[in-house]
Design a protein around this ligand. Structure first.
Ligand code: GAL
Length: 318
């Protein structure tokens, strides 16, 4: 069962360190990538709470409950203070796509300095989902600053970067290049002046959906959902999809990813982070069902819940 907000241990008995994460479903295995925050929280002079960068963790599972740790598959850099991934910096919200033509795994992440003024997006690649990932470069997508972000891969293989830009004033959606290593092509601005961040994007019945948070740092706020007919079309910002206690604060959490669930009564899994600003390493995961009722997105609070795992193939004997 999922127990949203409870401590969650991996198969070695260690607390899972995969914050601001996302899941790649590849060849019947789920790979969960996220920020490893297994260090002491520091309070900076400007009251920003941070952990020195450690890197991106990877876990794998076939049932979404039991997670094997594959270590830090993109580690922070110790000895070069000018490197994007230096421990003094910020590595957040990593997401991995599979690029079928090259059979490579491409990781996109928010890279920043300790005061969040570098505001770029970083790209790394690997031959295997579990890495090791090789850091390629960072960029200012379409020339803009980029903070909270995610990536989305459509059924036709086209991929998109979705990022908060202009100091979070506007959310931008833009195409990735064919090799997924850069941004290139069309882009559109959405939710101008609405200050939305923590985007999680998915597709359902031919339309595109997004959950975002407001901008209150590590503190929770009200989520909103949005819908569009095409990724680069007009996105309509709708209401709060959360239902239940603390629904107006996203159950004390902040969106990070939405995973389609196959063979489940719940079509989607909503993933959120319940940040602990005083001890960021102890931030928890809030995973809840997401579904649609009368064309409204709904994320109901659950103390504990199960999704139905895909039927295992029968063993043939003899
Ligand atoms: C939040 C953001 C997190 C992290 C945090 C730092 O607004 O969603 O990913 O950047 O600010 O304060």
């Amino acid at each position: 069962m999922f127990h949203p907000g409870n401590a969650w241990l991996d198969m070695d008995g260690a607390p899972i360190q995969a914050h601001g994460g996302g899941i790649l479903h590849h060849e019947n295995t789920y790979y969960w990538f996220g920020e490893n925050k297994d260090g002491p929280t520091k309070i900076m002079p400007n009251n920003l709470h941070r952990i020195d960068a450690i890197g991106v963790s990877c876990y794998s599972s076939t049932n979404l409950y039991d997670w094997h740790h594959h270590g830090v598959v993109l580690p922070a850099v110790q000895d070069d203070p000018d490197h994007d991934l230096h421990t003094s910096r910020v590595i957040e919200r990593p997401k991995v796509l599979y690029h079928a033509p090259s059979q490579r795994f491409v990781m996109w992440m928010h890279v920043d300095n300790a005061v969040y003024s570098y505001a770029r997006v970083g790209v790394a690649i690997a031959e295997q989902p579990t890495g090791p990932y090789r850091y390629l470069h960072s960029l200012r997508p379409f020339g803009y600053d980029s903070r909270d972000m995610t990536v989305f891969q459509d059924d036709d293989g086209r991929a998109y970067l979705i990022f908060s830009m202009q100091h979070n004033h506007t959310l931008m959606i833009g195409q990735l290049s064919d090799d997924y290593l850069n941004t290139q092509g069309a882009s559109v601005s959405q939710f101008v002046g609405q200050y939305r961040e923590a985007p999680a994007v998915f597709k359902h019945a031919g339309r595109y959906y997004m959950v975002t948070s407001g901008c209150t740092g590590w503190d929770p706020n009200e989520a909103r959902w949005a819908v569009a007919d095409t990724m680069l079309g007009e996105w309509a910002l709708r209401g709060n999809p959360c239902r239940g206690p603390q629904a107006e604060l996203t159950f004390g959490a902040q969106s990070t990813f939405v995973l389609p669930l196959h063979n489940s009564p719940f079509p989607f899994l909503f993933m959120a982070d319940r940040w602990q600003p005083l001890s960021l390493s102890e931030s928890r995961y809030v995973w809840l069902p997401l579904y649609f009722k009368e064309n409204e997105m709904v994320i109901p609070w659950q103390e504990a819940w199960q999704w139905q795992p895909a039927a295992q193939p029968l063993l043939s004997i003899g």
